[in-house]
Design a protein around this ligand. Sequence first.
Ligand code: ADP
Ligand code: ASP
Ligand code: MG
Length: 490
Amino acid sequence: MIVMKFGGSSLESAGAIEQAASIVQEHLDHKPVVVVSAMGKTTDRLLDAVRAAARGNSYSAWQQIEALRRMHFTETRGVLGQRAEPFLRDSIAPMFRELHELLVEVSDGRQFTSVIQDQVLSYGERLSSLIVAEAFRHLGLHAAQVDARKVIVTDDHFTHAQPLYWDTYARLRRTVGLLASDRVVVMGGFIGATPGGATTTLGRGGSDLTASLVGAGISADEIQIWTDVDGMLSCDPRTLAGGYRLREISYQEAQEMARCGAKVLHPAAVAPALRQRIPIVIRNSSRPEAEGTRVVSKVESGPGIVKCVTSKAGMAVVHLRVKSQGMLSSITDGLADLFAREHIAVDLIQAREQGISFAVQNWPGLSEVLRKVDESVDVTVEEDRAAIWLVGEGIAHLGNGASTLARARAALQIADLRLTSQGSSSLSLGFAIRESDLRTAMEALHREFFAAPDRSVFAVPEGGPGRVIRAASPASPLRQASEPQAAPAH
Ligand code: ADP
Ligand code: ASP
Ligand code: MG
């Protein structure tokens, strides 16, 4: 058995669903279980709608849901043709009515909880799994839809629920594993339910995690992540064009790349596959002939090769300066708890002589939170920052790390980087820079480390390397980053 996960853009239209069906058809011999995301940008729209309803703006909420209803109806008609009407009437229209009612309740009561958010967001994958299963049947596949909430069991951390592995695997084996022997199972990613039956979600991008859970639960031979890029590339194509596809990466590298901003894979999706050594393959649903990137245990590459430049925008760099180190640990423990509760990743942690610096995703409440830190602590926040990483096994090992660091610094032309941090696992080297410099910084690092890519590691197209790698749009000269900044004096 294999798992085939299709992301939102791979299901955004009737044509995309037909393409997914033909890809699945090609893999029927391997008894595929198909995990689907919500169609296109449905989850973003549902979130906008529930937030509008919570502000009491029921008209805006209604408009968003109407747009979603039209899109789902149009694309379903595009695949099913004449057969669409009874299916839309009996299976899809009632779900949109429920969704409207739920949002009316939210706007009437002006009550917006994480429980309600998960209920609303779950409609994306519930709708897509029904539509895709029906489309597959229409196109000749023997498909059966399974409600993911019946098999993915989670705790009650609504919006970021953690899977309860034993229950989930037992249910997956009993239901999905059995059904998959003679049917193409189609189930929604991202959603689950508590043991008591309350709907939960696994966090944004969580369909990858569902795919990995299903793979581990049914002991699949492979987990395929079908998306809109050829695989894991040496840089995010949305920031910088011209990156190279990685042929193979290790589980640890994939996890670090995902953790450091390579959104093509959810960071939590690696662990369940890794425990059973199930290969994950990232592939392009628009170019199924492309090989993709395999995530496996051991890769045939010497240590110290930079494999990927990743980044996160919208960051803030926080410097805490204390009078005594004793005080520091109680403050950092408190902050770590708080960030964990808010599901905010703390990156680029760097100890300083009298304090600590780190980068976090900036959000409107950050300054408020930091104001509450003990008054005797000097807190400085630099906003409009981005974090940028070099990722690859062994690049931050002593010796090699130093030379990689020196080359990165030279490429960035920044004498005084605000933060430089070696990942604890020696898999990454990260820097905080000004957000406006992000594209240029990525271009500079990519030029430095990918001038002569190793063809056993990267798929280098004919004519490359030597192609000019360009930032996707003009950015301010990087030199500006070395100008004096309002920074703490430590
Ligand atoms: P899906 O809807 O299929 O889950 P996502 O949008 O979540 O797709 O992930 C795919 C996107 O990940 C790509 O379009 C690309 O912009 C982004 N991405 C970020 N870093 C990388 C990288 N290093 N290699 C490939 N894609 C990347
Ligand atoms: N639909 C969900 C999201 O947009 C989950 C996913 O696509 O992985 O976050
Ligand atoms: Mg995704």
